[in-house]
Design a protein around this ligand. Structure first.
Ligand code: SAH
Ligand code: SF4
Ligand code: F3S
Length: 455
């Protein structure tokens, strides 16, 4: 019997831009392609298949895609000269929003596939590489994606779990309702089954994902299940010790959800709750459906049930019509609330969104000036928050080895990264760590034998 020759592994080079939904999707695309013999390569010139999972949220994010395609062109030409192929695939939100334009502008792109069609990748790639040179756009079907995707293969003790896609909020600056479509929630039993499978493979902390994660309303055993019902069900999954969720919208912070932050020990004391602006007039123009007082009230109520909760948020500076004094209201909100972390962006006009054609577009100069002021205040707050952990003993989830022997890496309840001295702990353990020092970005500490002060 002749020995069977193993097929050459095919190399996949993948780049992910944008939000955590894309990180999750990239992982799922990899899961779909692994059974076909694809293995990840870090070198684009090595790749039989390239996938750029793109983001459309700001102009810069979109521009990056075209410059990356330009870089790949040279690799593709070099490989072609050696008689090898390279299938270039553009996935994600730019694919969804500008599929046609990509095909027109970038002839080296073989395949354009939107976020709802990843389960069809094997078929699409086979077609694209057979018919070299012919470019295909996947027809962007709505759902069934989750059902059709294979089992997860997580490679750590923390994992993302997508529970909700799309957005019906239509903030006037935002492309997400157009790139990801209408709000869709996965059935509760599917989410719980995925969490169980993750736990069986060693995952201890899950982060539930959705563009509007707390608007979750999936089919449950008794009709539509709310987000808190889902959290309740997930908290009962053995092995899952910590639960986080992102990104939330303030108007979906129900009384039940706020109360749960005080009663459910597995729900971590960290919340990313984008506010965007501190000015009521700007919030109205943004169609955010909440004002500053509403936001502050949520924070007060959260802190009443969970005093140590760490808050994170998003800001946009220089929204059309934003006056200096309105920006000052944003600064005041930051001073009043106090954030442990934040993401701040200069407003970027996105084609097709209502804000792009509003009067009073703010100059680039003023946006930069405001962003710098805001960033200075926020990094001061972040440093202060991290500094406040020094000398505390925190329950830290071990996620892997540290840089040096005898060192481990972990995550605090407040989602801070921590490097600490400990040679015994295993990934997935939760161990007490005394925090010794803090920088703006991370913490260092040492393992304690005492019980941690909080679970
Ligand atoms: N679904 C989430 C995330 C949306 S995108 C939410 O509702 O918060 C992440 C962040 O990008 C937003 O919170 C917003 O701060 C920022 N963003 C969105 N569109 C933008 C634009 N046109 N210009 C600048 N920042 C933008
Ligand atoms: Fe965009 Fe607003 Fe929806 Fe968030 S809530 S995804 S900012 S439209
Ligand atoms: Fe970007 Fe799409 Fe996420 S536009 S922020 S990748 S939903």
């Amino acid at each position: 019997m002749s020995e069977q020759k193993r097929p050459e592994p095919k190399r996949l080079f993948m780049e992910t831009y944008g939000c955590q939904m894309n990180v999750y999707d990239s992982e799922r695309m990899r899961d779909v392609l692994t059974p076909l013999g694809y293995a990840i390569t870090e070198k684009p010139d090595d790749a039989d298949l390239v996938i750029l999972n793109t983001c459309h949220i700001r102009e810069k994010a979109t521009d990056k895609v075209y410059s990356e395609i330009g870089r790949l062109r040279a690799h593709k030409e070099r490989r072609a000269a050696e008689g090898k192929g390279m299938t270039i695939t553009i996935a994600g939100c730019v694919a969804q929003a500008e599929g046609e334009e990509i095909m027109r502008r970038a002839p080296e792109v073989d395949l354009v596939v939107g976020p709802q069609a990843y389960h069809k990748l094997p078929e699409l790639i086979a077609r694209a590489s057979r018919k070299m040179g012919e470019r295909l756009a996947a027809d962007f079907t709505a759902q069934e994606k989750f059902d059709a995707l294979p089992a997860r293969a997580p490679d750590g003790v923390t994992a993302f779990l997508s529970i909700q896609e799309g957005c019906d909020k239509f903030c006037t600056f935002c492309v997400v309702p157009y790139t990801r479509g209408a709000e869709y929630s996965r059935p509760l039993t599917d989410v719980v089954a995925e969490a169980r499978a993750l736990a069986d493979r060693g995952v201890r902390e899950i982060t539930l994902l959705g563009q509007n994660v707390n608007a979750y309303h999936g089919v449950g055993p008794r009709g539509a299940a709310s987000f808190t019902e889902l959290l309740d069900a997930l908290a009962q999954v053995d092995g899952i010790k910590r639960i986080r969720y992102t990104t939330s919208h303030p108007i979906e912070m129900t009384d039940e959800l706020i109360a749960m932050h005080g009663s459910e020990a597995k729900l971590m004391p960290y919340l990313h709750l984008p506010v965007q602006s501190g000015s009521d007039r700007i919030l109205k123009a943004m169609n955010r459906k909440h004002d500053g007082a509403f936001y502050r009230d949520i924070i007060t109520r959260l802190r009443a049930v969970r005093p140590d909760i760490a808050l994170s948020t998003d800001f946009i500076v220089g929204f059309p019509g934003e006056k200096e004094r309105e920006f000052e209201e944003t600064m005041q909100l930051v001073r009043d609330v106090g954030f442990a972390a934040a993401y701040s962006f200069k407003y970027s006009a996105r084609p097709g969104t209502p804000a792009a054609s509003m009067l009073g577009q703010v100059s680039e100069e003023a946006k930069t000036e405001r962003l710098n002021q805001l960033l200075a205040l926020l990094s001061e707050q972040q440093r202060a928050f991290n500094q406040a952990q020094v000398e505390r003993v925190l329950p830290v989830l071990v996620v892997g080895n540290g840089r040096k022997p005898g060192q481990k890496q972990g995550r605090t309840p407040y989602a801070q990264g921590v490097h600490f001295e400990d040679s015994q702990a295993q990934s997935g353990d939760i161990v007490p760590v005394r925090i010794l020092a803090a920088t703006q970005g991370s913490l260092t500490g040492v393992r304690q034998t005492l019980t941690p002060e909080a679970a």
